[in-house]
Unconditional design. Structure first.
Length: 200
């Protein structure tokens, strides 16, 4: 992982879940570029949620604010797959998204958490197999990330399927996903972020 920008990224968590097994690794980088090993799948969702709440409190949120923020991720951030959760230092948030309030409050606390999906070899193989077998149930679980994931799986698919077959499968599932009610997550195809601003 390589830090970007003047202030970089603060603490981040490498998370992975396969069925009922999950694990995570908390990293507090001290260099602009580091390598992180995949975590052992020996953790629990509750211990991860507790760790996230603690990290948010460290960033300046009140415990109840931190708990509420983590609660909003319950149904979408801890499902199967691999991803990075990262906290942006307030200086980074202020540089990217300047905020001015009049009259100016005594203090402003801003906590932003990003999410970045990672395509593991297991996911690449599963997506390639599902497209090859037209397994729509498996493809649906990747939702809005299906298109970038399938692009990564293209190398495996090219040996047995033409591009038209792959494109048709991806577009069919993408259309079904687009027809569902929109979620509160925003961001590019393989990343999203959520934030909290407090100005007492």
């Amino acid at each position: 992982m390589k830090s970007i920008g003047e202030f970089g990224i603060g603490t981040f968590i490498m998370f992975e879940r396969r069925a009922n097994s999950l694990g995570y690794r908390i990293v507090r980088p001290h260099a602009n570029e580091i390598s992180v090993e995949r975590p052992a799948l020996t953790g629990s969702v509750e211990s991860l949620r507790e760790a996230l709440r603690g990290m948010l409190v460290e960033q300046g949120l009140y415990p109840r604010e931190a708990a509420a923020m983590v609660e909003t991720w319950r149904d979408s951030w801890f499902e199967d797959g691999a991803r990075l959760f990262y906290l942006l230092p307030q200086a980074t948030v202020d540089a990217i998204l300047p905020l001015q309030i009049q009259p100016r409050p005594a203090t402003i606390t801003r906590v932003f958490v990003g999410r970045m999906e990672i395509v593991t070899p297991e996911i690449q193989t599963e997506v390639a197999r599902a497209i090859r077998m037209n397994d729509r149930q498996t493809l649906r679980k990747y939702g809005r990330f299906l298109e970038p994931f399938s692009a990564v799986a293209q190398a495996q698919l090219s040996a047995t399927l033409d591009e038209g077959t792959v494109d048709t499968a991806v577009r069919t599932i993408a259309a079904e996903h687009a027809a569902r009610p929109a979620t509160c997550q925003t961001g590019p195809a393989a990343a999203s972020a959520t934030g909290y601003n407090r100005a007492p």
